[in-house]
Design a protein around this ligand. Structure first.
Ligand code: AP5
Ligand code: MG
Length: 236
């Protein structure tokens, strides 16, 4: 971390399929942050057959939210693994007002308040097609798309060579429910963070419109260790 800059403590908010996982991967490749993705954590718990996985599987398959209690416990235990100087970003948590308020209490007690919330504002018309085209590597959370970001070898993860899967909640019916839940329960968080002056809303609907905006924002506010090197890398 460069002197004078706080570690990045960032929240990504966006509707299902807005690109939270995709942008998290790019940020992590270019800035010193650990990513905590609530959806990836839940899918790993399901794959491993844990108690949390058993409790979450049905809700996830149906597009409903997993209970606040389970989610808070899961994320708190991930945050507790990180040191105070470690930058991090949260993808998919909090997504209810209760989760947001509980997170604030936890971060207050750790003396690590959130310092930025990025809202990925992507038109709904373009999202469904992306979701129907999505393949994921469950153990890592890496996300692919057959047109926008295809794997190097069809059906296989670029890093491990393991098979990619479709998510059981990626179908038009469940997607509709996920969107409804987002409007009803998660969108009110935008005002919550706006009132705290830490919200930035970024818009874009074609493939690479949003990441350059994120990169510029983060470089201005949270200079990575070697900004010149990062600037020369192009998009991850
Ligand atoms: P979660 O896994 O978080 O799903 P989500 O919020 O519905 O979001 P997605 O992962 O579907 O989309 P994304 O924004 O990450 O988009 P992506 O980068 O993949 O949660 C799943 C479930 O877990 C919830 O429904 C709930 O049941 C439960 N859950 C999780 N957290 C919870 C919480 N806090 N409380 C309660 N329950 C919780 O991109 C989508 C596709 O688009 C990809 O194919 C990608 O390649 C493509 N794409 C991305 N960017 C672009 C671009 N710029 N141009 C073209 N294509 C692009
Ligand atoms: Mg995701």
């Amino acid at each position: 971390m460069v002197e004078g800059y706080s570690p990045l403590r960032l929240l990504l908010i966006g509707s299902p399929g807005a690109g939270k996982g995709t942008q998290s991967g790019r940020i992590q490749n270019n800035f010193e942050v650990s990513t905590i993705s609530s959806g990836d954590l839940l899918r790993r718990n399901i794959a491993q057959g844990t108690d949390i996985g058993k409790r979450a599987a049905k809700e996830m398959k149906n597009g409903a939210f997993v209970s606040d209690e389970v989610m808070v416990k899961l994320i708190d235990s991930e945050l507790a693994k990180l040191g105070a100087e470690q930058g991090w970003l949260l993808d998919g948590f909090p997504r209810t007002m209760t989760q947001a308020q509980t997170l604030d209490h936890t971060l207050e007690s750790l003396n690590q308040p959130l310092n930025l919330v990025i809202h990925l504002n992507v038109p709904e018309e373009v999202i469904l097609q992306r979701i129907m085209d999505r393949w994921v590597h469950i153990p890592s959370g890496r996300v692919y798309n057959m047109t926008y970001n295809p794997p190097k070898h069809a059906g296989l993860d670029d890093v491990t060579g393991e098979p990619l899967e479709r998510r059981p909640d990626d179908n038009p019916e469940t997607f509709k429910i996920r969107l409804q839940k987002h409007h009803e329960l998660t969108e009110p968080l935008l005002d919550y963070y706006k009132n705290r002056n830490i919200l930035v809303s970024l818009s874009g609907n074609t493939s690479d419109e949003i990441y350059p905006q994120i990169r510029e924002l983060l470089q201005t506010r949270f200079k990575p260790e070697d900004a010149s090197e990062v600037a020369g890398q192009g998009l991850a």
